[in-house]
Design a binder for this molecule. Structure first.
Ligand code: PMP
Length: 291
């Protein structure tokens, strides 16, 4: 089998040769940003939105991107072509780059850019029909005052902790509350509830990432004339929801049927979840950039 080609600072190198310095501040301090992107039938879904979010993350951490958005777009497309990837997952990483052991990024001359075009690992299929059982974990989402959750940074340790806590309860995903006890999001997915025909999701001020799939659901709800509002949600709202679902680049839309062992809503995806997921599938091969 042909080795996977990784984009590393302007070159395509074999997976085994794709190495970065131990002095890279992405490794030393989690100083960097990333994106996770899907390609469906040669169409990179909402690539422009992903690049825009990446550029905003860069600006927020005062990281000067070493290339233009057009160049990045081309590098992402070329990564898929190099790997004959027509359907899959693309991980885009930009670190502060190589520096000295000091915390300050001043010693870092140039950001490191990495693009990995790989197969997609979804939740097991049965969870799309039967729904996920998730739990609430003790690890809280980082407060916006500490690190704005809109920054998709390489600092994912609290999400990793939350994911491990979920696994200890046998769950694949977990709800993270914010400092005030409101629902922020899950470890790698945004959360939505449906109540009396309307959709509600936590606002970004509550600690939710500005998910690209979250935005897709907002756009689709508007086009389907379904009311959608950002709202402070507590677990009460989930216990009493008619439907609950998560969104993420890898997950797409996945129904949630249990929280902390309690049944919520129906035994599988509810009518609005189904309608939105179908509409989402309809747009993934058209709403993006062809490679
Ligand atoms: N929240 C977090 C913490 C995430 O890491 C992700 C995945 N990128 C999401 C939400 C979902 O965002 P998106 O739809 O852009 O993948």
């Amino acid at each position: 089998m042909k080795a996977m080609k990784i984009y590393l600072d302007g070159n395509f190198v074999d997976k085994d040769e794709a190495k970065i310095s131990v002095f890279d501040h992405g490794l030393l301090y989690g100083d960097g940003i990333f994106e996770g992107i899907r390609i469906y039938k040669n169409c990179i879904y909402r690539l422009e939105e992903h690049l825009e979010r990446l550029w905003y993350s860069a600006k927020a951490i005062l990281l000067e991107m070493p290339m233009t958005m057009e160049e990045m777009s081309e590098a992402v497309c070329e990564s898929c072509r190099q790997n004959n990837l027509t359907d899959g997952y693309i991980r885009l990483i930009v670190t502060r780059g190589q520096g000295n052991l000091g915390l300050s990024p001043e010693s870092c001359v140039k950001p490191t850019v990495i693009i990995i075009a790989d197969a997609i690992r979804l939740y097991p299929e049965e969870h799309y029909t039967k729904g996920l059982a998730i739990v609430t974990v003790p690890t809280r989402r980082v407060a916006p005052a500490a690190l704005d959750p809109s920054i998709k940074s390489l600092n994912y340790l609290n999400n990793v902790m939350a994911k491990m806590e979920a696994a200890q309860w046998g769950a694949l995903e977990a709800i993270m509350l914010n400092d005030h006890g409101y629902v922020a999001e899950c470890t790698g997915d945004n959360l939505f509830v449906v109540h009396k025909g309307a959709i509600y999701t936590p606002g970004v001020a509550n600690g939710a990432l500005r998910g690209i799939t979250r935005q897709a659901v907002m756009d689709l709800a508007a086009s389907l004339d379904i009311k959608l509002e950002e709202k402070n949600l507590t677990r009460y709202d989930i216990w009493n929801a008619d439907e609950c679902f998560l969104t993420g680049t890898a997950a797409e839309l996945i129904p949630v049927v249990k929280l902390d062992g309690r049944k919520i809503g129906l035994d599988g995806p509810g009518p609005i979840t189904k309608k939105l997921h179908a509409a989402f599938h309809d747009e993934v091969t058209t709403h993006g950039t062809m490679i």
